[in-house]
Design a protein around this ligand. Structure first.
Ligand SMILES: Cc1cc2nc3c(=O)[nH]c(=O)nc-3n(C[C@H](O)[C@H](O)[C@H](O)COP(=O)(O)OP(=O)(O)OC[C@H]3O[C@@H](n4cnc5c(N)ncnc54)[C@H](O)[C@@H]3O)c2cc1C
Length: 483
């Protein structure tokens, strides 16, 4: 007798290189039932934030359309996952449930529970690797155990064979019309007040959007990735992070497409170097997942235990001014405003604003991590945790605490003509290049000419950069020698 399988889609909203879907198609099933289960309560504090929900709404729309074009349909359900699956099994007569694996602690715990529950009810389950190039437990140091430093981690895996991506199906079996779905609108993922316009104008969520981004990157930016990736005014990076977050494209597809593109362009040494530099960023993503898998408490606690006692400032006003891009430090404000407007901020700025918050303002990194979680369309528990702990100096392969980014110097170096700052902090638009990153040092005449009264049109700096740096180093000295 032919059987039926449920595919439980989560953060793998794609048809191509989707091993759970492929296994279902290759299995002996006469019907495939695709479902997305909305269960934010199962993810505790790390349920998708506001910007991610905006993305998810559009991504589910795109995925649902893609399934329909092949003759299938995405069912949307909500509730406790086990209950939803039980109901769907009863309605469809399914005997198997397939999904692709994820690696954050709450998802792992939930998935184990679901798997056990289904096994207890004689339902076959299978899970697959789709989200990473290599499973976190397959990489270990020579002494055994997980890596805490990126370079040896990447050296250990960068030449490992990467599975060939699976093709997308040409057609899918129909889903019985009597199996109902909730409406996407009923999940209320989009905000009632339309603050999400900037996000929606900036991005094209979905599998097609992801591949367009990759092709644009290959055509316009890969050849200059190493130089341009640090300049926030240039579109020098791939902008694939939110697509990777929701699995609209998988890392295997990216790696294979890069190699194919190098072949098509008769790989030169220069192109290879640029491509390797980009691929090592995909490596950082693998590393972040490796660290999160092996150190599952890191979203809340520093990996370096000394930082548990760090004398963080409890300065709510400073945190708010940072969140609103009103610190009076142009590079910081530009970054925070880009984040608010588009749900994304350039990596150079992520490092700069995170260093500023945790070191110059000495606000605990978890507050920044939370704000990013709510405002980034690409917020990812592994990458965000690693990024914040890196910036605060308390994580795996972290920047040493005494490395404190000076936002003004960052601006002079990576936004020399102030284009990025002018784009996001328009009140400074008329200020000459040489003053744009330090308006508080500009002579009165230069401010007058640019129509700026500091403290009125644009804030005075919230802290003195040198003084706050000195204070941060002194605070670090207090914990430095503790074990
Ligand atoms: C404080 C802080 C917080 C961050 N939070 C996130 C987050 O929530 N989600 C997220 O995806 N990235 C995060 N990053 C990493 C990085 O800033 C973004 O991945 C990158 O800016 C995304 O832009 P892109 O896709 O154009 O990157 P590209 O330069 O084109 O890189 C390609 C891909 O490699 C991966 N990648 C690149 N840099 C890193 C990195 N440092 N760590 C891990 N993976 C990386 C991403 O998946 C990215 O899409 C954070 C970094 C910092 C310093």
């Amino acid at each position: 007798m032919k059987e039926r399988v449920i595919i439980w889609f989560r953060r793998d909203l794609r048809l191509a290189d989707n091993p759970a879907l492929r296994a279902a198609l290759d299995g002996d099933f006469d019907s495939i039932v695709p479902v997305y289960i909305h269960a934010p309560h199962e993810l505790g504090d790390w349920a998708p934030g506001a910007a991610q929900r905006v993305w998810l709404h559009d991504s589910l729309t795109a995925f649902s359309d893609a399934l329909e074009a092949l003759g299938s349909r995405l069912l949307i359900r909500r509730g406790d996952t086990t209950d939803v699956l039980d109901t769907l099994i009863a309605e469809s007569g399914a005997t198997s449930v397939y999904w692709n694996r994820l690696y954050d602690p709450l998802t792992i715990a939930r998935d184990k529970k679901v798997k056990q529950h289904l096994a207890d009810n004689d339902i076959e389950t299978a899970s697959f690797k789709a989200h990473l190039l290599h499973e976190p437990w397959t990489v270990e140091t020579k002494q055994g155990g997980p890596y805490k430093v990126f370079t040896p981690f990447w050296k250990a895996i960068k030449n490992r064979a990467v599975d060939t991506p699976l093709a997308a199906p040409d057609a899918l079996p129909e889903v019985w019309s009597r199996i109902g779905s909730e409406s996407l609108a009923s999940l209320e993922l989009r905000p009632k007040i339309g603050w999400d316009r900037g996000i929606r104008e900036t991005w094209s969520p979905g599998e097609d959007g992801a591949h367009e981004r990759l092709e644009t990157f290959l055509a316009d930016a890969l050849e200059t990735y190493d130089e341009a990736r640090d300049e926030p005014a240039r579109p020098g990076t791939s902008y694939l992070s939110p697509h990777l977050r929701w699995g609209e494209i998988g890392p295997r597809q990216i790696v294979h497409r890069i190699e194919e593109w190098l072949d098509e362009h008769r790989e030169t040494k220069t192109l290879r170097t640029q491509a390797d530099s980009f691929l090592s960023e995909i490596g950082w993503r693998e590393f972040a997942h490796h660290v999160l898998y092996h150190f599952p408490t890191t979203p809340d606690e520093p990996l370096d235990a000394r930082f548990k006692d760090f004398p963080w400032a409890r300065d709510h006003e400073a945190l708010e001014r940072w969140q609103q891009g009103q610190t009076g430090i142009p590079m910081v404000d530009a970054g925070m405003r880009e984040l608010w407007e588009t749900g994304y901020v350039h990596n150079r700025l992520r490092m700069t604003v995170a260093s500023f918050l945790t070191k110059n303002l000495r606000v605990a990194w978890q507050h920044g991590e939370r704000w990013f979680w709510d405002t980034l369309v690409d917020a990812d528990l592994a990458n965000n945790t690693l990024g914040w702990q890196w910036a605060a100096g308390c994580g795996a392969d972290a920047a040493p605490f005494f490395r404190i980014f000076n936002p003004a110097r960052q601006g002079e170096r990576f936004d020399a003509n102030g284009e990025y700052v002018r784009r996001w902090v328009p009140e400074l638009a008329k200020l000459e290049d040489r003053h744009i990153h330090e308006p508080w040092k500009a002579p009165a005449k230069a401010l007058d000419t640019a129509n700026i009264t500091l403290g009125d049109d644009y804030p005075e700096p919230i802290v003195d950069l040198k003084e706050s740096r000195r204070e941060a180093l002194a605070a670090f000295d207090e914990i430095k020698n503790d074990k």
